[in-house]
Design a binder for this molecule. Structure first.
Ligand code: DAH
Length: 345
């Protein structure tokens, strides 16, 4: 009976498990070959009665499909097994390695600045880049509608009456306020971050840049503490022997205020392009925290005094690496960035 044979072959095919290519080929020849079982069955099919044909036609076709599918499946699994065995893994070969990126020069400078101040006991604090009027201006003693606010070209996000204004912070001095409001003296912190000003982008100006703010508030903090701290900072950053000088200046939040210059890091004094032939370059603003600012932040200005300073990280970086175009810092040109390949710190 054909049906019985087909049943038997079906079971055989389902169980077939050729161990190698030769056995697989035997399987193919046995069932699917030109003189194989399927060919025989089709020959036999031609001889059966029409009634039987009606039933067996379908059975036979299904059987043929099963044999073909099984063969395809076995072949595929043997091939993929062979492929994975082909890969010769030599574990003694050196690895391919991957290219290490480099730190952005501004990050290098920021890390270095933080490091110096950390050794003096300063902690690092941060604040939001979107600021309200109070933290960016009012608490820092900028009088309302006073031209002092024009010192900084502000990007306003919401501009109402002054008090409710929301803006991109124009300086990191806002973080001083946040810090003093939320804690108790003594404070000794540096506050790095990005700041924004509405300036046309050029080699010398950008609409965003980076600052580090410093704040030291305690009993009996004096201007000489300020001078000594900043003097030490400059020696650490630019090397022993770098000279400093303080020039009187004005900031609403410090009294007295000063700007600090250092002897030109490029020419060392005689004068060059970088220092505009003066031998000096300005690197930061500083001063004694105005008592109004302390009071605005809930700190007793009779008991506590403090100093503050703020510097631009771009400027400090330019003086270290002689970079003359600010735009390089934000263009992400790897040819520029690659030059700062340093050990990752
Ligand atoms: N906030 C000032 C600026 O952006 C820099 C500055 C000056 C910060 C004097 C200070 C300071 O803390 O005491 O130009």
């Amino acid at each position: 009976m054909m049906q019985d044979k087909i049943n038997q072959y079906t079971a055989e095919i389902k169980a077939a498990n050729p161990a190698n290519a030769a056995e697989l080929e035997e399987f193919r020849i046995k069932y699917l070959g030109t003189k194989g079982i399927i060919k025989d069955l089709f020959d036999e099919f031609r001889t059966v009665s029409p009634e039987e044909k009606r039933v067996l036609g379908k059975v036979l076709n299904e059987f043929k499909q099963l044999a073909e599918a099984k063969y395809a499946e076995l072949k595929e699994s043997q091939e993929s097994r062979a492929k994975s065995q082909d890969i010769d893994i030599d574990l003694t070969l050196p690895g391919e390695g991957f290219e290490l990126g480099s730190r952005h020069p501004l990050s290098l400078t920021r890390i270095e600045i933080i490091d110096i101040f950390k050794r003096l006991g300063f902690v690092v604090a941060e604040g939001p880049e979107i600021e309200d009027d109070w933290h960016n201006f009012s608490a820092l003693n900028f009088p309302e509608e006073h031209p002092a606010r024009d010192m900084q070209d502000t990007f306003f996000i919401k501009k109402n009456s002054g008090k409710d204004d929301i803006a991109l912070r124009t300086h990191t001095s806002s973080v001083q306020v946040r810090m003093m409001e939320s804690g108790k003296p003594p404070f000794r912190a540096i506050m790095p971050g990005r700041v924004y000003r509405n300036e046309a982008i050029s080699a010398r100006a950008h609409c965003f840049f980076h600052q580090v703010e410093g704040l030291y508030v305690d009993e009996n903090v004096s201007f000489s503490d300020l001078k000594q701290t900043l003097y030490h900072f400059v020696q650490e950053l630019y090397g022993e022997g770098t000279k400093v000088r303080f020039r009187p200046s004005y900031f609403p939040f410090t009294e007295p205020s000063a700007e600090m210059d250092i002897s030109c890091t490029i020419c060392g004094g005689p004068g060059c392009n970088m220092c505009k032939y003066t031998g000096w370059v300005e690197i930061l603003g500083c001063g004694m925290v105005d008592p109004n600012v302390l009071e605005n932040c809930g700190i007793d200005s009779k008991k506590y005094t403090g100093f503050a300073f703020g510097m631009g990280i771009e400027r400090i970086t330019n003086l270290k690496y002689v970079i003359r175009d600010l735009r390089l810092f934000s263009e992400n040109d790897v040819r520029f960035l690659k030059q700062f390949q340093t050990e990752i710190i």
